[in-house]
Design a protein around this ligand. Structure first.
Ligand SMILES: [Zn+2]
Length: 1004
């Protein structure tokens, strides 16, 4: 909704529709329903040498609206593939794919040769100012309510490569989807022009299609609709079908090359009514399976599948899968209204399958079961997209979500399991992550819980483009499916099915909006169901009930249950004895409630026993009837990490290895409670035995997270940590921190922005050797406060970050700012990286110079001994020579050359530039420039250093070789006799490759 809103504002003519008060909005809701009609007659010819379509299109537009129209918005979606500025191209980039951005002209596509006419009179058409895949046809005479007109145009489509999205070709296999000029929807909310995007594809007008397809005669056409009688084509298809039957018995050959194209052409006319879209596919290699399915009414639907040798193994039962899906949806939702249903094996770069009316294209690998699953989903779209044609761009849950719900019922019925993960249960991965201990329902809801428990979930009422990539799947598809299961469980399957069938009957071949669905459900059930529509659907609020106590009074069990979530949703509680359960549903409530439950000699009680509620924390769902510790969950130790199990309290162990020059090798065991689902309290303790010192090293950390669903911030993280390692001059260094961090996350589509503000107290305690390791050590303690703000956008093109920090110690305060920006080149992964650093002391005590820690700003990135906050991990913190002395961090002035020039108690400002080189080698050139103020008498006003760098993994392992330096730096190096080899420094950022850090920060 949001997206469309701002999008429509760009059109002055309809601004008023959206710009007015909600009063007008609700008046629009009450505006009588109407629906335009668009009937197409298209003739199109395939040029398989140059990958073009050439054709002629006529559409009859019938204005059933009460409004007079002066123009018609028209979609020209092949233009989405034209250049890097289209909404599709930008969406691809935002999603992290650079394939389209770097595509060659030959792989791109477009539509041109358009000339719209009415009665041979040419019309003016204007491209949308922002989207070249939308145009506006200006009518010479206004189209009055109840009147119709016929628009004609020639068109030419350059078919892009299939490697980007849907419309496309791979060699001479053609997917002709979203390929022809098509009017946008005009409904009571106005026009709905939308650029082509990979997600939220459709909102189109119903009508009739008559499409005459001309292709070289040896192509097999798989198309929406039913072909007109055509003896020649019938003979050709019969031949292919017979050959397919023969190969079914003898086996399909491995070879899958394209046969030579026939020199003569054939034309086949396809027709389809009561539909809003039309797609076709063509390949000379296709085999054809034909079958049919008889529906409950006795209606017979002919089914077909088309595939080539390469996937033949999975596709031998493909027509049967289409039959089963057509039957399933017809039985549960409403009878399939069309005479045919088909599935096609085709290349596709947007998902595993794609729906078009009466035809479905599937590129799924992964075997028969997966093909059956994808077929059911895509065929199911004939109902939720095809027949119940909601606005998918704005309300994808009504399309993908409702369809996923029925898909999961299909899989459960057929295979006893609807989980894609259930296949993993018994393999090694399943065991390592403890999937095998979980129920089907727990595994199914895991992706939703993963997001919800990190506060990364999104409401279901957002526009398709507002979801993060992963949330589009997890929220729109899965969460919708779960909440419909919840509703089904609450209403009872019979009432739910009746309600949905009535919805189908009422809204088939129309455009239902969410408010229409809600009104229907209310009418049918007599219930408001605000918990479903306002909370589960339209908000991020979550369900979380907890059993607090169980007590027996007057022969009745009373359960005290607390609602810890924000939704007064119905709650199911089961009395469990062995494997059997007696379940009761209760109305939802806020706060706490005492629920009475008949006594039945149960062992325990469990909320959400059936797994149909979307309860986000199952650890508080179970209570034993008797015993001292009714809430007791058996402790268990798992390996590495795992999924949450409501019956056991899990800790995990993880063998760890470490190394630094002073402790030498360290080995230990990390014990932690960090699972896939985030908990409020998490800890990790990692003691290690140091073989160098024969004593204890290691670290420990605890975090407490506050993650409200409806706040301006995402997470408030209160943390404490401790670590102990040795250095050259110490028996041990202990570092203790305590801090709070407030993180902000904007979950808009592919938004890679992050920001946080943190405050940390750091205490560093060192047992220093006064004379030598054999003498007694003296203890030194340093304390620092660090206030930090970070704003970063990790987008692929032109990413940037800003870090601002104030440090305060016993004898100083200093402030610094550090900015990074990458000016991306045409391949956005390459670019000119600019780093800016400026720092100044705010206050210093007279005793600063004699302070125990040297906290000066430095031109050069810090080495181990200069990292006074012990922020980074250095393999050899106090080395003056040898390879370990050459490790650096890109901090402070960020000069790669190590120089004792430019150490200052005053101020410092630097600029660090680095650029990729042409070609694909991992080398870059760099230049550091800086200015500082200190007491040096021979300081250069401007210092610089430059050279070549090698980047194995950006930010994790980098090597810098300075080749030239400004005068004072060069002199200092000469005086100290530092050779070229010793000037080379490297970055090794170990925390970034710690798997637990990765798990914690997993940002999908
Ligand atoms: Zn779908």
């Amino acid at each position: 909704m949001k997206k469309t809103l701002s999008f429509l504002l760009a059109f002055a003519c309809h601004t008023w529709l959206w710009g007015q008060s909600s009063k007008i909005q609700s008046e629009l809701n009450n505006k009588p329903y109407f629906q335009q009609e668009v009937n197409y007659k298209i003739s199109v010819k395939l040029d398989d040498e140059n990958h073009f379509l050439r054709g002629q299109l006529r559409f009859d537009y019938i204005n059933n609206s009460p409004d007079t129209l002066n123009f018609i918005y028209i979609h020209l979606w092949p233009n989405a593939y034209k250049n890097n500025e289209t909404a599709f191209a930008k969406q691809q980039l935002k999603s992290g794919s650079i394939a389209f951005q770097t595509a060659s002209e030959k792989d791109r596509g477009f539509i041109d040769s358009l000339s719209f006419t009415i009665d041979n009179q040419t019309l003016v058409f204007e491209y949308h100012p922002e989207h070249i895949d939308i145009a506006k046809i200006l009518l010479k005479e206004p189209l009055l309510p109840g009147k119709s007109l016929s628009v004609e145009t020639p068109f030419r489509v350059k078919i892009p490569s299939s490697k980007f999205s849907r419309l496309g070709h791979i060699g001479q296999q053609y997917q002709l989807c979203q390929w022809y000029p098509k009017p946008a929807v005009y409904d009571k909310y106005g026009w709905h022009p939308m650029p082509y995007l990979n997600s939220g594809e459709f909102y189109s007008e119903f009508g009739k299609f008559e499409v005459a397809i001309t292709v070289p005669s040896n192509y097999v056409i798989a198309s929406s609709g039913v072909p007109d009688a055509n003896q020649e084509e019938d003979n050709f298809v019969e031949l292919v079908k017979t050959e397919t039957q023969k190969l079914l018995k003898e086996g399909f050959p491995k070879e899958d090359t394209f046969p030579k194209t026939a020199s003569n052409f054939k034309t086949v006319i396809y027709r389809l009514e009561k539909t809003h879209d039309f797609a076709w596919f063509a390949d000379k290699r296709y085999h054809i399976l034909e079958s049919s399915v008889t529906l409950a009414s006795g209606k017979v639907v002919k089914t077909y599948s088309y595939f080539s040798n390469i996937n033949a193994k999975d596709w031998v039962r493909s027509a049967e899968f289409v039959n089963d899906a057509v039957k399933h949806y017809s039985d549960l939702v409403g009878e399939y209204p069309y005479p045919v249903c088909k599935s096609v094996d085709g290349a596709l770069s947007a998902g595993a399958g794609m729906e078009y009316p009466t035809i479905t294209v599937i590129s799924a690998g992964g075997g028969e079961k997966s093909l059956d699953n994808v077929t059911a989903h895509e065929v199911g779209h004939n109902w939720f997209y095809g027949i119940l044609a909601s606005n998918e761009r704005d309300y994808a849950w009504m399309d993908e979500g409702m369809n996923s719900y029925y898909e999961s019922r299909y899989m459960s019925k057929k295979y006893g399991s609807s989980s894609i993960l259930s296949g993993l249960k018994d393999n090694v991965l399943g065991k390592v992550f403890h999937l095998n201990r979980l129920r089907e329902e727990d595994i199914n809801t895991m992706p939703y819980l993963l997001q919800a428990r990190r506060n990364f979930d999104q409401a279901l009422n957002l526009s398709s483009d507002d979801y993060t990539n992963v949330n589009y799947g997890i929220m729109v598809y899965q969460k919708t499916s779960f909440i419909l299961q919840y509703l089904e469980a609450w209403l009872g399957t019979r009432q739910f099915d009746e309600m949905m069938k009535a919805y189908y009957e009422k809204w088939k071949f129309r455009h239902p909006y969410p408010e229409d669905f809600r009104a229907h459900v209310k009418e049918h059930t007599g219930q408001e169901l605000s918990w479903f529509f306002d909370d589960l659907l339209a908000s991020r609020k979550r369900v979380d009930y907890a059993i607090k106590s169980v007590s027996l009074k007057e022969n009745k069990q009373y359960l005290k249950v607390r609602n810890k979530g924000g939704i007064a949703a119905p709650i199911s509680i089961s009395g469990v004895k062995g494997d059997s359960a007696t379940t009761f549903w209760f109305d939802g409530f806020q706060g706490s409630s005492r629920l009475s439950f008949p006594t039945g000699g149960f062992d325990s009680y469990r909320i959400n026993y059936s797994g149909k509620m979307t309860d986000v924390d199952s650890r508080n769902d179970i209570m034993k009837e008797r015993g001292l510790c009714k809430k007791w969950r058996k402790p268990a130790i798992g390996l590495i990490t795992g999924l949450e199990n409501p019956y056991i309290s899990q800790w995990f162990v993880l063998p760890t290895l470490g190394y630094n020059y002073y402790n030498q090798f360290m080995a230990g065991i990390a014990v932690h409670n960090i699972g896939l689902l985030k908990k409020k309290f998490e800890f990790i303790v990692n003691p290690m035995y140091s073989f160098g010192r024969s004593d204890l090293a290691g670290s420990a950390q605890a975090n407490y997270f506050i993650m409200p669903s409806g706040s301006f911030f995402n997470t408030l993280d209160i943390s404490a940590s401790a670590e102990q390692y040795a250095t050259r001059f110490t028996e041990s260094v202990q570092r203790f921190t305590g801090g709070i961090k407030l993180s902000f996350v904007n979950l808009k589509h592919a938004n890679k922005k992050e920001s946080f503000i943190s405050f940390k107290h750091i205490m560093i305690r060192q047992d220093l050797f006064l004379v030598s390791p054999t003498e007694e050590a003296s203890v030194r303690e340093d304390n620092f406060n660090v206030l930090h703000y970070r704003l970063a956008d990790n987008r692929i093109k032109n990413p940037y970050s800003i870090d601002a920090e104030i440090q305060h110690g016993m004898r100083f305060s200093k402030a610094q700012i550090n900015g990074n920006y990458k000016f991306s080149y045409s391949n956005p992964k390459k670019g000119l990286r600019v780093r800016f650093f400026a720092g100044t002391f705010l206050w210093k005590s007279d005793l600063l110079a004699s302070a125990s820690q040297d906290v000066r700003f430095r031109l050069s990135g810090q080495n181990g001994s200069q990292d006074y906050l012990f922020n980074e991990i250095f393999l050899g913190r106090n080395e003056n020579s040898g390879i370990l002395s050459q490790q650096m961090s890109v901090t402070d002035g960020g000069f790669k050359v190590l120089s004792f020039r430019g150490q200052t108690n005053d101020y410092l400002a630097t600029l660090n530039l680095s650029s990729n080189l042409p070609g694909n080698l991992p080398f870059r050139v760099f230049l550091d420039i800086g200015h500082y103020n200190n007491e040096e008498l021979d300081a250069d006003p401007i210092n610089y250093s430059g050279g070549v760098s090698f980047h194995l993994i950006d930010g994790i392992f980098e090597i810098y070789a300075p080749c030239f330096n400004s005068k004072a730096i060069k002199n200092t190096l000469q005086i100290n006799d530092v050779g070229f080899g010793e000037q080379i420094r490297f970055v090794l950022n170990i925390p970034l490759i710690n798997p637990l850090t990765i798990l914690r920060n997993l940002n999908i």
